[in-house]
Design a protein around this ligand. Structure first.
Ligand SMILES: NC(=O)c1ccc[n+]([C@@H]2O[C@H](COP(=O)([O-])OP(=O)(O)OC[C@H]3O[C@@H](n4cnc5c(N)ncnc54)[C@H](OP(=O)(O)O)[C@@H]3O)[C@@H](O)[C@H]2O)c1
Length: 242
């Protein structure tokens, strides 16, 4: 079994790549700037008897998305799992946002996964069913206080994922995980006070761990979720209940 995880050098992507490698998948470790971390992860997986390779691409560039797809197809005729995890959350208040500021988030969270899924579709269909998981966000459902461009792109991504779930069935299942606050670089700019305040709003009393999101993804790509498509698992400690 083979899985490509985007943004796999750090955070939720790394935890997911590790988890899927433990579950027996060969892993395509996609990264952009964290080359050393990506190579270390590949070595770690190989060290435990697994198979992995690293591949670089800036997913805001269509040419690089196409190159990534070609690299995967050159190696693998069949792709069992595609995890659209790569993302970034630049903070800015809506009144400061020039319309151009929406372009990069839409390229990263919508255009890239749309194009990557389109190019990898034949390989995913060979897995029958192929499984695609989008790493969404609680902010796709609530909006953001300081990232209208990010929240809009994540909401558009939800529409994309649900449309793909409808159109690509039954040969490909498409689902989402929507994390709340998870302990990765994306929330590392918080002061200890901000973190405490945030944790006080979480019924489970803490931010989540990347491994807890990876567990939900591992479930969504397994046969244990064989009748799920187009659905979202919310991994947020009870902050927002659906
Ligand atoms: N942590 C949270 O609280 C939280 C909450 C809700 C949703 N999420 C979502 O979870 C996903 C993973 O984020 P994370 O929390 O694990 O943060 P992270 O550690 O910063 O991981 C994000 C990954 O995305 C990659 N990436 C960013 N921009 C890219 C680009 N232009 N092209 C290619 N790759 C790019 C980064 O690659 P390089 O570092 O190698 O450049 C990085 O490995 C994201 O989609 C994020 O929106 C996170």
């Amino acid at each position: 079994m083979r899985a490509l995880v985007t943004g796999a050098a750090t955070g939720i992507g790394r935890a997911t790549a590790r988890r899927l490698a433990q579950d027996g998948y060969e892993i395509g470790v996609h990264y952009r700037s964290h080359r050393a971390e990506a190579e270390a992860l590949v070595e770690e997986i190989r060290g435990t008897g697994g198979t992995a390779f690293a591949v670089r691409a800036d997913l805001t560039s269509r040419a690089e998305v196409l190159r990534l797809a070609r690299t995967v197809l050159d190696r693998w005729e069949t792709l069992d799992v595609l995890v659209h995890n790569a993302g970034s959350y630049p903070r800015a208040m809506a009144p400061e946002l020039d319309p151009d500021a929406f372009e990069a988030p839409f390229r990263l969270h919508v255009f890239a996964p749309a194009e990557l899924t389109r190019r990898l579709r034949p390989a995913l269909e060979r897995a029958n069913p192929g499984r695609v998981v989008f790493v969404s966000s609680i902010l796709a459902f609530t909006g953001s206080r300081h990232g209208a461009h990010y929240a809009s792109a994540k909401s558009a991504q939800l529409g994309l994922a649900r449309s793909l779930a409808t159109e690509l069935a039954p040969r490909i299942r498409v689902n989402l995980v929507a994390p709340g606050a998870i302990d990765t670089a994306i929330i590392a700019d918080q002061t200890p006070e901000e973190r405490k305040r945030r944790e006080a709003t979480v019924p489970l009393g803490r931010v989540g761990r990347p491994e807890e999101v990876a567990d939900a993804i591992a479930f969504l790509v397994s046969d244990r979720s064989s009748y799920l498509t187009g659905t979202t698992i919310h991994v947020n400690g009870g902050v927002r209940m659906d």
